[in-house]
Design a protein. Structure first.
Length: 253
């Protein structure tokens, strides 16, 4: 059975972690299939955005710890490399957090750009209770919340509720019980996809890359991106549509 389900619906890719009997615990095979899925997202010019979610009652319970029992085990492709792929994905990437979202699963979720969470879902890094430390937590979590808050979450290993995650700005929206978080995420994704895909990609690319630049270099890079967008087919189409008072027809070119 494929551990990842991948489908594209009208320019929106849905990547589903598909190991529900193990609460979508991440193993090496799943990591390999995730790399393949996101490589396809990057290759396919007809994909303008993607959503990550989990099959069944969990987003992901994190690493399959049975793999690490005993000495000498080492991942062929570390999940931290996967976080980097998601963080730098050119398309906007959403997480539809439908259930427990722990450890490496939480790392996958926090690597996305926009996150929606079911009201009954929980987020956490319980590794300290198993004698190991978090890979994703110290970096991803402490870049999103104050360090003292991140330390409390990581040091205690306790789970936080969807509403607490929203208070900490870890998720954009909490979806009430009775409403489907994937459906709500798709509504938001398609609202964003009504806008020019190249412009959205440029915003993400600039935001990711500019973090490591000086102010002057970042502003210069922004000017270059702006000029490139204005000269693109979609840039000219958007300006023409505005002047002609009609809806633009984007081509992602």
């Amino acid at each position: 059975m494929a551990l990842i389900k991948y489908e594209v619906k009208d320019k929106l890719a849905i990547v589903t972690l598909n190991r529900p009997e193990k609460y979508n615990a991440v193993n090496e095979e799943m990591v390999d299939q995730l790399f393949e899925a996101f490589a396809e997202v990057e290759r396919d010019q007809d994909v303008w955005a993607c959503i990550i979610t989990g099959e069944g009652k969990a987003f992901s319970s994190g690493h399959d710890l049975s793999y690490f029992a005993g000495e000498g085990h080492q991942e062929a492709r570390p999940v931290s490399d996967l976080y980097q792929v998601i963080l730098e994905l050119k398309r906007p990437c959403f997480a539809a957090i439908n259930g427990i979202c722990l450890a490496g699963g939480a790392g996958i979720a926090l690597s996305t750009d926009i996150r929606l969470m079911s009201e009954g879902a929980q987020l956490g890094w319980p590794q300290v209770k198993r004698g190991v430390s978090s890979v994703s937590g110290p970096f991803l979590l402490a870049n999103l919340v104050p360090r003292n808050i991140a330390y409390e979450i990581l040091f205690t290993g306790e789970f936080i509720s969807a509403h607490r995650a929203r208070e900490l700005n870890l998720v954009n929206h909490v979806i009430p019980e009775g409403r489907d978080v994937l459906e709500e995420t798709e509504i938001l994704a398609r609202k964003i996809m009504e806008n020019a895909p190249l412009a959205i990609q440029a915003i993400k690319d600039f935001t990711v890359r500019a973090r490591h630049l000086s102010n002057s270099d970042a502003l210069r890079m922004g000017d270059l991106l702006f000029k490139k967008l204005v000269d693109s087919e979609d840039g000219q189409e958007g300006l023409a549509a505005f002047l002609e008072k009609r809806e633009p027809q984007w081509k992602n070119k």
